[in-house]
Write a protein of this length. Structure first.
Ligand SMILES: Nc1ncnc2c1ncn2[C@@H]1O[C@H](COP(=O)(O)OP(=O)(O)O)[C@@H](O)[C@H]1O
Ligand code: SF4
Ligand SMILES: [Mg+2]
Length: 319
């Protein structure tokens, strides 16, 4: 796709599980399984799914914080060599991550000045140039330069998340991966942080991957949505079309679980839990919880039918 700022093909991330006295790897958690996605310039792509479906692993893989088992990756049309530290160092000048928890993601022993300047100093910038950039970025995230000599514990959750956003912007990336960035914040602060992200997106010409489990926030904030289950994409498409007419049974279940103001229509919670699949599993990964499953859903792996913008992985929707 010509205007894609991110192009991921068949990303797999496996976490090794070790056991025994010699810590042998005897199994893997396949947290992301052959997932492909693209992000267009200026777009906000939401990634949604229940806890444990692989959203944070996907986010970390996109910025090189977790190793890729397999897959290919391009940023702005340039290939990232996912096995090379040097390639990741240059990729992080284009793509940065903001973390879920503003309390644990900032080193409590570093001042804001140290936190913000570090990525520039490791790239050979002078202390003066790094501080000048820090002043500029702090203004953009709505904080004064007085915070530079303070430490993370001196701030509220919302202020810490602004510092997390400032840190992500220090290398002037054009893509931000936001992993549940408002879920640890009070509702009123959540709205302020979302507003700030949207303003920054416009003023700095950013594109965003926006990970969330909150469908209401996704509806208000994102352009397109990718629904994940057990490390795979179940459905993707414009927020409007996916929420108005969800094709995949899992998307429908997620939408039915949203509380509404209508008391005659209480939320329906999807039964069962996300359970890891055995290695020899064949069929649709959602089959054990799917209210619409048929025998054929257990007999072969289900392909994702997508044009890169919208698509669905369900036997009942196959064209
Ligand atoms: N460091 C890790 N080691 C082993 N398993 C992990 C690790 N991190 C996550 N997992 C597992 O990978 C799966 C996906 O987790 P995660 O990406 O955190 O999902 P989400 O962000 O959607 O809640 C889960 O089964 C989780 O237990
Ligand atoms: S393929 Fe079958 S089990 Fe999977 S979502 Fe579709 S109907 Fe349900
Ligand atoms: Mg997560």
């Amino acid at each position: 796709m010509s205007n894609a700022v991110i192009q991921v093909e068949n990303l797999s991330v496996w976490y090794p599980l070790r056991s025994g006295v010699f810590s042998h790897v005897d199994r893997y958690v396949k947290a992301v399984r052959s997932l492909s996605l693209s992000l267009r310039k200026g777009e906000i792509l939401a990634v949604i799914g229940e806890s444990g479906c692989g959203k944070s692993t996907l986010a970390q893989a996109l910025v090189g914080l977790t190793p890729w088992h397999d897959g290919s990756y391009s940023l702005f049309g340039e290939k990232v060599d996912v096995k090379s530290g040097a390639s990741w160092k240059s990729a992080r000048e284009k793509i940065q991550m903001i973390f879920q928890d503003p309390f644990s993601s900032l080193n409590p022993r570093q001042s804001v000045s140290e936190i913000l300047c570090y990525p520039l100093l490791t790239r050979g910038f002078s202390r003066f140039a790094a501080l000048e950039k820090a002043h500029d970025i702090l203004e953009k995230v709505g904080l004064s330069s007085e915070v530079l000599e303070k430490f993370p514990h001196e701030f509220s959750g919302g202020q810490r998340q602004r510092i997390g956003i400032a840190r992500a912007l220090m290398l002037s990336p054009k893509i931000l991966v936001c992993d549940e960035v408002t879920s640890a914040l009070d509702v009123s602060v959540q709205a302020q942080v979302l507003k700030l992200l949207d303003e920054l997106r416009k003023s700095l010409d950013l594109s965003l991957i926006f990970i969330s489990h909150d469908m209401q926030v996704v509806k208000a904030f994102a352009d397109r949505v990718l629904v994940m289950y057990l490390g795979e994409t179940m459905e993707e498409g414009s927020v409007e079309s996916v929420l108005r007419s969800p094709q995949h049974p899992y998307t429908r279940a997620l939408i039915r679980s949203i509380p509404t103001l209508d008391r005659s229509c209480p939320p329906e919670i999807l039964g069962g839990n996300i359970e890891p699949l055995p290695d020899d599993f064949l069929g649709c990964c959602f089959v054990s919880r799917c209210p619409e499953s048929i025998d054929a859903c257990r007999k072969k792996n289900i392909e994702m039918h997508t044009d890169g913008f919208s698509g669905v992985r369900c036997l009942l929707c196959a064209k």
